[in-house]
Design a protein around this ligand. Sequence first.
Ligand code: SAM
Length: 309
Amino acid sequence: MEKFEQIFMHINGEAEKREKEQEQTYLDGLLSALEDTLDGVFSWQVEGATKEDMRKAIQIAILKGMRKGSQPNHQMTPDTLGLLVSYFVEQFFEKELQNRTISVLDLAVGTGNLLYTIMNTQDGKMQATGIEVDELLIRLAAATGDLIEQQVTLYRQDALDNLLVDPVDAIVCDLPVGYYPNEEVALDYELCATEGMGFAHYLFIEQAIRYTKDGGYLFFLIPASLFEGEEAKKLHQYLKANAWIQAVIQLPETLFSAKAHEKSILILQKQHKELRAPREVLLAKVPNMSNKQALAMFFEKVQMWKESK
Ligand code: SAM
């Protein structure tokens, strides 16, 4: 059995036990098992397990818990997407990552899976902040962050309100999609709707740009239809004035259960007086992950674009 499977066995067994004995949900049982692990109340050991083993084991347990419950906002960014975003973060910050720590902000950190997938691949080179409105999810993110020993500061709040965060080098965010109910807060945004509720995903993009340093990069998982529809004109105008689109990467349909759930990766750079827009926007489609040759060609295309930038 692999190490992450052994860890999963321990925490899953404990979560199930607590679910039955204490009449909790599986996710609550899992959370208390993780918090008790940190406090030394519940102990288990898997010799030689890495941070990635730990993250993967917790990820599988959280997925199991989310499938059992049916909270619509309980969505975790899966590894395949996290690893692709991680690859792009590495490409855009190649030089910086060799010399210094970079600051990263995830405005919708959820369980932390996306953020920790990226942080584990760049171990020790990132200092991160995460914002999340859901209490259970942010506590899961906090316990996981402590267990895998990543430097992260978490705030439980509405990410569209004012934040106590200095502008960062990089934003990573799997955008929540839908309408944003707080019309008063939305009034502070150029992208607020002319009438009624506006799109949360638009406002998140605007908020992310506000909290990015000039010249910094933003990596979003966006709904594939983000730039479609009448409302999208406003988004285009806003982006044109504040950011440079670096890349739009389509993801394979096979990764999503339905057309409506398909996502793409959008990479922006916040404008900077002394920098210029890329000569060409990288438009590419990630092939089916099982096609190794096509995947190699995709990465080659990215490298060629990077060299010509
Ligand atoms: N990347 C996350 C992960 O790996 O678990 C998943 C992010 S999920 C697609 C979007 C998250 O945004 C949900 O956890 C949801 O609770 C959160 N969210 C939605 N609206 C929010 C708001 N106004 N402020 C903060 N978080 C919000």
